[in-house]
Design a binder for this molecule. Structure first.
Ligand SMILES: CC(C)(COP(=O)(O)OP(=O)(O)OC[C@H]1O[C@@H](n2cnc3c(N)ncnc32)[C@H](O)[C@@H]1OP(=O)(O)O)[C@@H](O)C(=O)NCCC(=O)NCCS
Length: 189
C-alpha cells in the first residue's frame, strides 16, 4: 500500500525522491561521518545517481524493498536526509525503520520530527502492529533519537555482529541495540 505523500510536519515534507535531488543527496551520502555505522559506504556522485532512480520508486510500505522518502526542509526546499520503512511482514504487521540525515542539519530535531511522521503513517494510516529499529551501540546519536521519540529498548546483543564497517578492525565485533514501538504504545505525538 502506497504512502499518501507528502507527509507534512511543522517544518518538513516527506516525499518520494526524484532524480533532481542528486546534489542534495550526494552532499550527505558521500560523507564518511554519515555512513560510519551504515551497511553501505560513502557513495560517489555516480553511485548516488544510479541509486536515486530506484529510490524514486520506493513509496510502498508493503513493497519488497519498502519505502524510502526524501526529507525536505520546507523553508529552504533542501533535501536534508531520508527515512525508510522496510521488511514489512503481512502476517505480523511489523516493519523496520531507518534514517540518515546531513549533519549540517543535525541538532534541530528534524530527524525526530521526520521519524515521528513515519511512525504516525505506519500506525495510523497503515495499521502496523510493531515498528522496530536496530543500531550499533556505539551510534549514540541513533539510539538517543529512538529514545527521544519514545521507542523502547528491547535488546542489547553483546558483540554479536561483524559489520562491513568493522570487519577490518583489530576487534571487529559490534554490539547491536534493538528498539521497538507497538501500536498500543503509540501516543500520537
Ligand atoms: C541518527 C541521526 C539522524 C540523529 O540526528 P540528530 O541531529 O541527533 O537528531 P535530531 O534531528 O532529532 O536532533 C536532536 C537534537 O536536536 C535538539 N533539538 C533542537 N530542537 C529540537 C526540537 N524542536 N525537537 C527535538 N529536538 C530538538 C535535541 O535536543 C537534540 O540535541 P542533542 O543531540 O544535543 O541532545 C544522525 O546522527 C544521522 O543521520 N547519523 C548518520 C546516519 C545513521 O547513523 N543513521 C542511523 C543508522 S542505525
Amino acid at each position: 500500500m502506497t504512502l499518501e505523500l507528502p507527509l507534512a510536519t511543522e517544518r518538513l515534507d516527506l516525499r518520494a525522491f526524484t532524480t533532481a535531488d542528486l546534489d542534495d543527496v550526494h552532499a550527505y551520502r558521500s560523507l564518511p561521518e554519515v555512513v560510519a555505522y551504515l551497511y553501505w559506504g560513502a557513495q560517489t556522485r555516480e553511485q548516488v545517481e544510479a541509486k536515486l532512480a530506484e529510490d524514486a520508486t520506493l513509496t510502498d510500505l508493503r513493497g519488497d524493498k519498502g519505502a524510502k522518502l526524501a526529507v525536505v526542509e520546507r523553508e529552504s526546499g533542501t533535501v536534508i536526509g531520508e527515512v525508510s520503512v522496510f521488511g514489512f511482514s503481512p502476517e505480523l504487521r511489523s516493519a523496520e525503520i531507518g534514517y540518515v540525515f546531513h549533519p549540517a542539519h543535525g541538532g534541530k530535531g528534524y530527524a525526530s520530527e521526520a521519524v515521528r511522521a513515519l511512525l504516525r503513517a505506519a500506525f495510523e494510516d497503515h495499521g502496523l502492529h510493531r515498528v522496530f529499529a536496530r543500531c550499533d551501540f556505539d551510534n549514540a546519536a541513533s539510539w538517543r533519537l529512538m529514545e527521544r521519540i519514545g521507542m523502547r529498548r528491547e535488546a542489547k546483543f553483546l558483540r554479536n555482529e561483524i559489520m562491513p564497517y568493522s570487519k577490518d578492525r583489530p576487534d571487529p565485533w559490534t554490539t547491536e541495540l534493538v528498539y521497538a514501538l507497538l501500536d498500543e504504545e503509540w501516543t500520537g505525538s
